[in-house]
Design a protein around this ligand. Structure first.
Ligand code: HEC
Length: 133
């Protein structure tokens, strides 16, 4: 917005140039710095969390948790494999944040059966244009 205004002043209103443009330049720099400050830390945090997701330590943790929820050992090991963790991450990122954010999804722990019911209910809510299968 400020950038557009600045360009139009420089191009079309030469007389305002000297008085307004330096101030706008400063505003642009400050605005950009603030936006970068807001956007960069969460991006780093997410990158860090994502890289931890696939470590052996985390996969063992997920496997143990899955066994505790009542899944048998082979199924838990399969679900905690890098490929299936990645597939799950993909589904969450692509399909589950269209209508609400991830906080809604992780607000309450559920058993595997509870999750199946919830996802089935979510699938019924989706449109024909973007169905969840
Ligand atoms: C078509 C829109 C839509 C999509 C896509 C969607 N949801 Fe939802 N979700 C809703 C709505 C609306 C609610 C609140 C009403 C309700 O609970 O039925 C909700 C609520 C929830 C809740 C809280 C409900 C409860 O019983 O506590 C969970 C958990 C959830 N969604 C998980 C998911 C997951 C996981 C996915 C991806 C597989 C997903 N949602 C995709 C619309 C959607």
């Amino acid at each position: 917005m400020i950038l557009l205004l600045k360009i139009s002043i420089v191009r079309f209103f030469k007389r305002l140039d000297a008085s307004l443009v330096p101030g706008m330049g400063t505003a642009l720099v400050i605005g950009s710095a603030v936006l970068i400050g807001i956007a960069v830390p969460p991006a780093f945090r997410e990158a860090l969390a994502t890289s931890r997701l696939f470590t052996d330590e985390n996969r063992r943790r997920v496997e143990v948790l899955l066994v505790q929820t009542g899944l048998d050992q082979p199924a838990s090991a399969r679900l905690a494999s890098p490929a299936l963790l990645r597939a799950g991450q993909h589904v969450l990122r692509q399909q589950c944040i269209e209508c609400h954010d991830l906080r809604t999804v992780i607000a309450r722990p559920r058993t595997p059966d509870g999750w199946r019911q919830t996802v089935r209910r979510m699938a019924e809510l989706t449109s024909y244009l973007a169905p969840i299968f």
